[in-house]
Write a protein that binds this ligand. Structure first.
Ligand code: F3S
Length: 284
């Protein structure tokens, strides 16, 4: 079978960097116990592999407060400023794998809120990245996630505002929200902090799914970016199948097909992608 593998399939730059950071830290073999603040990625295979290698996950500031002589790795999503303060206060070793694109947003938010701007974040307030960004503002920021919330927004015309976006926010929706708010005539500085990795992955998946007989999308069932890839591909290729690992390949229908496209969500490790590609190429 001929296969076309998307170049953007799997880990983006920031996630790859964070996962590599954890494995590098393990290789140092220091006496400190290693923790990641939140799971390093939403992939059970990787998280349990790390657990076997002695890396545990802590989930909140309270758990962090209880640690002694530990190494704490911050994942690509980043964390609020107060987490760094606890790490410093407790003399823990900090390994910061915050994606540089997210770090940039922290810097923007901290600087502008110190200069008196009110911060507006466009994104999902429950997403860890947005929770992290929130924690760099001097005052509680406003978080809006869609056009109707933008419509309903009532700001103070005597204040200045600075608006940033969650890195994975959709470009068109962001543009739409900006247009709605700008029409209201507020003093607002808009900084588009969307990262292109998601957009590029989606565009490539769309292009490939138009050219193939079967399209395979690999990723965790609860990964929202993988689900989105599946939706995009299903529109162009009737035989689009959503799998988590090579074991699920039986659920795909390869009848009468000669060419298979493969893409994967942002938390899918390379070895899983390669395994699927080799299997499709050789077994079907
Ligand atoms: Fe990935 Fe960093 Fe962009 S984590 S999606 S490269 S902001």
């Amino acid at each position: 079978m001929k296969t076309i593998l998307a170049k953007t399939a799997g880990f983006c730059f920031g996630v790859k960097r964070a996962v590599d950071t954890v494995y590098n830290e393990i290789a140092l073999n220091e006496k400190n116990k290693i923790y990641t603040f939140g799971p390093i990625i939403h992939n059970d295979v990787v998280v349990s592999d790390l657990k076997e290698k002695g890396v545990d996950v802590i989930n909140n500031a309270e758990e962090l407060e209880g640690l002694k002589e530990a190494t704490v790795i911050i994942r690509s999503h980043g964390v609020p400023k107060k987490i760094y303060e606890i790490i410093r206060k407790n003399n823990l070793k900090l390994v910061d794998a915050t994606c540089p694109f997210v770090k940039k947003i922290h810097e923007i938010v901290e600087k502008h809120s110190k200069e008196g701007y009110e911060i507006i974040i466009v994104g999902d307030e429950k997403h860890p990245e947005v929770m992290g960004i929130t924690g760099w503002s001097c005052k509680a920021p406003l978080v809006i996630k869609n056009a109707s919330e933008a419509d309903a927004l009532k700001l103070d015309k005597n204040k200045k505002y600075c608006m940033v976006s969650q890195t994975t926010f959709n470009h068109n929706n962001f543009k739409n929200i900006v247009e709605i708010i700008e029409k209201k005539g507020y003093d607002i500085l808009v900084l588009n902090t969307i990262c292109n990795a998601t957009h590029e992955r989606q565009e490539e998946a769309e292009r490939i799914s138009k050219e193939v007989d079967v399209m395979i999308v690999i990723g965790n069932k609860d990964s929202s970016n993988t689900r989105k890839l599946y939706e995009i591909c299903s529109k162009n290729c009737r035989e689009t199948c959503y799998i988590q690992t090579v074991d699920d390949l039986d659920s795909c229908n390869f009848n009468n097909s000669t060419c298979v496209g493969i893409t994967a969500g942002a938390s899918t490790p390379n070895n899983i992608i390669e395994e699927v590609q080799n299997n499709v190429r050789n077994e079907f």
